[in-house]
Design a protein around this ligand. Structure first.
Ligand SMILES: *Cc1c(COP(=O)(O)O)cnc(C)c1O
Length: 218
């Protein structure tokens, strides 16, 4: 089987699972991290236009070759923001007001911004606590340039995904009372995107179910 046939089969399977559970629009982001540019090119040929990366260097390299909407979803490092904002048009992982202040200074174009929420308050996979969320949202909303898209979360591994996404849905509903424009919800990865969609995810970030397994640390 060629790589194109393999990716095409995987992609069709993910798309049909999404179609089965979704009763609203869902954006499928193909997470190409650790995979070569050639895979992103094949996915583009197969109609994919949304790509996700966790690292600046990889995103810069692939987005220079493959057109589409490039999403940054990794941990933000201040000194990388100038580069990240040059190739990404969506950031899923803002959790620190200082990073947004830098974005306002260095970004060469308007960005869609998701705030990453920590569901357990432990912050080990990134994410702002609930108590920080509103001030961060107000900061982004006050920007004349950038748009507050919504919330993003990666439930802690020890949490049942169904409970995690249910909790996130409640947080998002409450959040939208204060920030009614922030309608998007970025939630769900290969293991749990159907569950996330059933709890209202509008953006799913799927890597290994489309591209195959990665080495465990990336
Ligand atoms: C790696 C990663 C994904 C994709 O993970 P898969 O399990 O391969 O689908 C999604 N979101 C974030 C934040 C990631 O780091």
């Amino acid at each position: 089987m060629s790589r194109k046939e393999e990716l095409s089969g995987n992609l069709e399977s993910v798309r049909s699972k999404i179609a089965k559970v979704a009763d609203h629009d869902v954006t499928l982001i193909a997470v190409t991290k650790t995979f070569p540019v050639s895979d992103a090119q094949i996915l583009h040929e197969l109609g994919v236009r949304d790509f996700g990366e966790n690292r600046d260097a990889e995103g810069a390299e692939k987005s220079a070759v493959v057109s589409g909407t490039w999403h940054f979803q990794g941990q933000i490092q201040s000194n990388k923001l100038k580069s990240i904002t040059s190739w990404a048009s969506v950031i899923h992982s803002l959790d620190d007001p200082r990073h947004f202040e830098i974005i306002e200074k260095v970004a060469p174009h308007p960005l869609q911004i998701f705030l990453q929420v920590s569901l357990d308050g432990a912050h080990h996979r990134g994410g702002a606590g609930l108590e920080e969320l509103h001030s961060l949202a107000a900061l982004v909303e006050s920007s004349p340039t950038h748009t507050l898209a919504g919330l993003m979360s990666v439930p802690p591994v020890e949490m049942d995904p169904d409970q995690g996404f249910a909790q996130l849905a409640v947080i998002h509903t409450e959040f939208m009372k204060l920030f009614p424009g922030a309608k998007s919800l970025s939630a769900g990865m290969s293991g749990d995107y159907e569950t996330a969609i059933s709890h209202g995810a509008t953006h799913v970030r799927v890597g290994s179910s489309i591209l195959g397994s990665r080495s465990p640390h990336l």
